[in-house]
Design a protein around this ligand. Structure first.
Ligand SMILES: *[C@@H]1O[C@H](CO)[C@@H](O)[C@H](O)[C@H]1NC(C)=O
Ligand SMILES: *[C@@H]1O[C@H](CO)[C@@H](O)[C@H](O)[C@H]1NC(C)=O
Ligand SMILES: *[C@@H]1O[C@H](CO)[C@@H](O)[C@H](O)[C@H]1NC(C)=O
Ligand SMILES: *[C@@H]1O[C@H](CO)[C@@H](O)[C@H](O)[C@H]1NC(C)=O
Length: 446
């Protein structure tokens, strides 16, 4: 288990299998409650699949409840064949959006900027003062002694972010439900939001429900909630158990969103994400209309597009922009290959203490075809969804990951301990840290 990454960036055709193996080993640290087995693919290996020659049949999402069996972690496919080319039919797929309340079309692009060291105003809260802090993200508590990672402010190039205002944020939330929906990265952003907000609420006026698929932080005085709903693949899947989702294969119902949307449809402000769970190899599709548990198989990017289409159909048909705000948070980058920012080096995010300063730095963990697909789907939704484009700004923050400074649920072997980079978590983010800025961006656009 002491393999170190050895491929050279100059050779674009390094054996994919070797990379998969290495990443598998690196990521096996995440075989626990927050399991994400990530697979890195070189962008050159793009999964362009010719769609020519396939005649699509269209499927309407949101089949009535009870039409199909429940999908859970015990489900399996009875048979698997390759994808037949079915697509999701949107309610109003080509509706020309009149006016985008887009986060991108402002006069200033707040997602383009740089990190500025600012130990006067940051961190916005103390790690130890947040009773809801996660052991996965509490890096100082778990031994990290360089704390500069807590002191960086995001400075857009041509304007300023709206200054974070705790009471101002609570006033926006008064009488409302704010819900994060997604994977463990989104859960980290939710914990960040709760930690940012909770300090002004007296202990007897706030509650947190026990960990479940839906977890709710409630603040009595404001009659407001900040909730997290575990749905890493957006649509119904065999990974919807927030704790036990350590599965060999991913199975989704690409046309089923009802089960999840019934949980989130009454929220006033929704913040979605989805990405890393689609990067683990092929995904099995179990269409609601299929009998006999017959599955189809598709690569992650195209499966994500189907799931996004189902989700987009829900947004297009149910979201009234004046009544509900919907945000989509783009890919959260990983930092597994230090040679991408420091040629010749062999490490990862472990021991990285400063952000990358190269303007426009982009690592191989952020898949451009995925970004283009997300862009395409969101652009059809016009003003109904605002993009929180965190990818570029988070790419700079190789210093922001927990690496070895978090709780690991499995005992580490002596070999691992001798080589800290081998089990470093370069996926999630320390708190206080980068996700606080993602939430400042939410505040900016609310
Ligand atoms: C902030 O950082 C500067 C420069 O690194 C240092 O001199 C100063 O003592 C720090 N202030 C606080 C309050 O930590
Ligand atoms: C509290 O908020 C909910 C919506 O989240 C609303 O239905 C309810 O009327 C509010 N209660 C009070 C007392 O304002
Ligand atoms: C699996 O497929 C076979 C034949 O197609 C069928 O008889 C059987 O009922 C299926 N099993 C399930 C659990 O659907
Ligand atoms: C996010 O920003 C990047 C540039 O940093 C851009 O290429 C991409 O298209 C943007 N994505 C979306 C969905 O707006």
């Amino acid at each position: 288990m002491s393999l170190t990454p050895r491929w050279s960036r100059k050779k674009p055709h390094f054996p994919l299998l070797a990379v998969l193996l290495l990443v598998f080993i690196t990521c096996s640290i995440l075989y626990n409650e927050f399991n994400i087995q990530q697979i890195h693919e070189s962008p050159d290996h793009g999964s362009a699949r010719s769609t020519q020659g396939i005649s699509f049949t269209y499927v309407k999402p949101n089949l009535p409840k009870g039409a199909s069996e429940v999908l859970d972690r015990f489900s399996s496919c009875n048979s698997t064949k390759s994808y037949s080319g079915k697509k999701i039919r949107w309610v109003n797929p080509d509706a020309e959006s009149v006016r985008r309340r887009s986060t991108r079309q402002e006069s200033c692009d707040v997602f383009s900027g740089k990190w500025v060291f600012d130990n006067q105003s940051y961190p916005l809260y103390e790690e130890s003062s947040c009773p809801y802090m996660s052991d996965q993200l509490a890096c100082h508590k778990h031994g990290r002694s360089d704390l500069q990672y807590q002191h960086w402010r995001w400075q857009p190039h041509n304007c300023n972010l709206k200054r974070w205002n705790l009471i101002g944020m609570w006033e926006k939330l008064r009488g409302k439900r704010l819900m994060f929906v997604g994977d463990s990265l989104n859960r980290g952003q939710w914990i960040s939001m709760v930690c940012l907000l909770q300090s002004v609420i007296p202990a007897n006026k706030k509650t947190m429900t026990p960990n479940a698929q839906l977890t709710i932080f409630r603040a009595e005085e404001y009659n407001a909630t900040v909730e997290f709903f575990w749905a890493p693949l957006m649509v119904e899947s065999n990974s919807d158990d927030p704790v036990n989702h350590r599965l060999a294969e991913r199975i989704i119902r690409p046309d089923s969103v009802l089960k999840h949307s019934s949980q989130w449809e009454h929220a006033d402000i929704l913040i979605f994400n989805s990405y890393l769970w689609w990067r683990q190899g092929p995904v099995k599709l179990l269409w609601c209309s299929e009998k006999n548990r017959a599955c189809e198989e598709l690569d992650g990017l195209e499966a994500m597009e189907l799931a996004m289409s189902t989700w987009a159909d829900w947004v297009a048909s149910r979201v009234i922009p004046l009544k509900k705000r919907v945000f989509f948070v783009t890919m959260s980058p990983t930092h597994f290959w230090s040679q991408e920012w420091e040629p010749g080096s062999e490490g990862n995010c472990y021991n990285q203490m400063r952000p990358i300063t190269t303007e426009g730095y982009w690592g191989s963990g952020s898949d451009l075809p995925t970004m283009r697909m997300v862009d395409k789907v969101l652009s059809h939704l016009g003003s109904k969804v605002s993009v929180i484009n965190i990818t570029q700004l988070s790419e700079y923050r190789k210093d922001g990951h927990p690496s070895i400074y978090r709780k690991f649920w499995e005992t580490l072997s002596p070999q691992q301990l001798a080589n800290p980079a081998s089990y470093s978590d370069c996926i999630h983010w320390c708190l206080p840290g980068v996700p606080d800025v993602w939430n400042e961006l939410i505040f900016h656009f609310l």
